[in-house]
Design a protein around this ligand. Structure first.
Ligand code: IMP
Ligand code: MG
Length: 176
């Protein structure tokens, strides 16, 4: 069923079941790659809160979790300036860190995150994202785990918002 958020109309795009399957698959893959260590997952707020929650339920091995808050979007426009709103206060020396994102669009946010972790003496840094818009992604940074690739159109739901609204939708909707 079509929904309206502020002035825009959205149509159903990806079902809760498909989202769950994509997240479960990422969790399985990541569990295999980090079998013999305790990775630190870093969720990127606000958007990634639902992805992280479901991902953690599917991840059965020992792991740690922290959040970082970044913002680059203003309404429907990505801005070049990515602001860090809540930072990290944990020693990550020698640790394997996996950043968990809701969506990678231009890649500005993950580029900023890569810079942020550059001097933290990590063992390794990996990026996982539920959604990737390949047509919009302009960076060379490798995205190690990708849930679902989508066309370059605005989506909401499952943590993603349009001007604050839509984060609570359990399915993903696409701009009509
Ligand atoms: P990037 O920095 O351009 O890669 O954008 C990353 C952030 O912008 C994501 O983590 C989201 O919070 C937001 N974003 C990008 N595309 C969308 C979208 O289609 N709907 C809602 N938010 C989006
Ligand atoms: Mg985000």
């Amino acid at each position: 069923m079509e929904i309206q958020l502020h002035d825009k109309h959205f149509v159903p795009f990806i079902s809760a079941d498909e989202l769950d399957k994509a997240i479960a698959k990422m969790a399985t893959q990541i569990s295999k790659d980090f079998e013999n260590e305790v990775p630190v997952f870093i969720g990127v707020l606000n958007g990634a809160f639902m992805v992280v929650s479901d991902f953690m339920k599917h991840y059965k091995n020992p792991c740690e979790l922290s959040f970082i808050k970044m913002a680059s979007y203003d309404g429907m426009q990505t801005t070049h300036e990515v602001k860090q709103l809540i930072g990290l206060n944990q020693d990550l020396t020698g640790r394997s860190v996996v950043v968990i994102e809701d969506i990678v669009d231009t890649g500005n946010t993950i580029e900023e995150l890569q810079k942020l972790f550059a001097d933290k003496n990590l063992k390794q840094l990996k990026f996982a994202t539920l959604f990737l818009k390949p047509e919009a992604y302009k960076k060379d940074i490798k995205i190690d785990y990708i849930g679902i690739e989508i066309e370059n159109k605005f989506i909401v739901g499952f943590g993603l918002d349009y001007d604050g609204l839509g984060r609570n939708l359990s399915e993903v909707y696409q701009l009509k």
